[in-house]
Design a protein around this ligand. Structure first.
Ligand code: LLP
Length: 383
């Protein structure tokens, strides 16, 4: 459970991201404990949070990295992740990205189309390198999450559709600078029910049987990420159910001898350790509503505006005041710049600090400078 050291925070310029490193360490320890299996490798999806202080902590715990751009590969290398523990996904890898990855000799490219496979082969040949590749397959499973973060359905820009997989495998085996090592899957994000993961395992088992009949050796099965967190009650569930998650794959995935399973977890690792801290600029009395206008906006945390996500809000300056209803809104000139409507909060005054919880994943890293606003800073607690 995160406790906010209010005396330390009071004088820091707002808005900023507060990271509870103690909670991050506990989360990483739980990931390590529950994924202890010689066949399992966990790669942290760096897109969730690329704050250098956070990355160093995750690197220290021995995880690898799942990157989606040359910039993310560079950030991972800078934080000390070994290149062979970096995998590289993304539907639109540019030539420059591919060169960065080949130069660093990363562990694996997760390839999403035949056109991409050909370009990687061409660039690798010119550089005298061989690219290890996993083919990203679209397993056509609906994880029942927000449409913007669903990625495994058939009509999707991501991955290769099942009917095309056989042809892609033949192509990969043919190309001189490609070494086919695995299959990659990812069905979506913020998945809190294990059923879609069980369906994914069953689909992978079926695909594996089909491929085995062709005599192709696959040494890596990458099942992607997607484990969700409790946004409604972060203090009740500060650490996601990694035990149940890894057990699902242990129980339902039928591996062949010597096969490894790769996981790409983002949100579940960093989500609960981060909060956006913002100061109340004005309390505005409307006709039927009371607004708390805060100095953080959708530019600092876009999830509510983009996905209608709700993050728990707390008044950390005065947690015990009388409860009132507030709409908590940002200063950006967009009607979507709202963190919460009709929030029941202890009485808010100008200058109070509010914590917008569960913002460690897809928070700081998605910030923008719209309205010429500065990017939020960060404060790492428990260094
Ligand atoms: N692997 C692949 C191929 C992915 O596309 C993603 C996330 C992950 C792994 C990590 O997924 P996670 O474990 O974090 O669920 N900005 C959105 C989430 C976008 C997720 C994109 N892909 C949000 O704020 O909810």
């Amino acid at each position: 459970m995160t406790r906010f050291p209010i005396n330390e925070l009071r004088d820091i310029a707002t808005p900023f991201y507060f990271y509870d490193l103690g909670l991050l360490d506990q989360t990483l320890a739980e990931v390590k404990r529950t994924s202890r299996d010689e066949r399992f490798r966990v790669h942290y999806a760096i897109k969730a949070n690329a704050n250098p202080g956070i990355l160093r902590r995750i690197q220290g715990a021995g995880l690898g990295v799942d990157a989606v751009s040359g910039g993310e590969i560079e950030a991972a290398l800078e934080a000390g992740f070994p290149a062979d523990k970096i995998v590289f996904a993304g539907v639109g890898k540019t030539d420059a990205d591919i060169i960065v990855a080949l130069q660093a000799e990363i562990g694996c490219f997760n390839v999403e189309s035949e056109a991409e496979l050909d370009v990687i082969d061409e660039i690798a040949s010119a550089m005298g390198k061989k690219a290890r590749v996993a083919l990203r397959v679209n397993p056509n499973i609906d994880p029942h999450t927000h449409e913007y973060i669903t990625t495994g359905l058939a009509e999707n820009k991501f991955g290769i559709n099942l009917p095309q997989l056989g042809g892609m495998i033949d192509r990969a085996l043919d190309l001189p600078s490609i070494e086919l090592i695995g299959l990659h899957f990812h069905i979506g994000s913020q998945i809190t029910d294990f059923e879609p993961f069980i369906m994914l395992c069953q689909e992978i088992n079926r695909i594996q049987t089909e491929i085995a009949a062709r005599g192709v050796k696959i040494s890596v099965i990458n099942v992607g990420g997607g484990l969700g967190i409790d946004y409604a009650d972060p203090d009740r569930h500060p650490i996601p159910d990694f035990e149940g998650y890894f057990k699902t794959f242990r129980n339902h995935l039928r591996l062949l001898p010597d096969q490894q399973v790769h996981f790409e977890l983002g949100r579940s690792i960093v989500g609960q350790c981060g909060s956006l801290i913002t100061r109340v600029i004005y309390v505005k009395e409307g006709t039927s509503k009371r607004f708390a206008i805060v100095d953080a906006g959708m530019t600092d945390l876009i999830r509510p505006a983009l996905y209608h996500a709700h993050h728990k809000i707390e008044n950390i300056s005065d947690p015990h005041g009388d409860l009132h209803h507030y709409d908590v809104v940002g200063p950006v000139c967009e009607s979507a710049d709202i963190f919460g409507t009709d929030e029941m909060l202890p009485s808010i005054r100008r200058g109070d600090l509010l914590a917008i919880r569960s913002a460690g994943a897809y928070g700081e890293v998605m910030a923008s400078q719209y309205n010429c606003r500065p990017l939020p800073s960060s404060y790492l607690h428990g260094k």
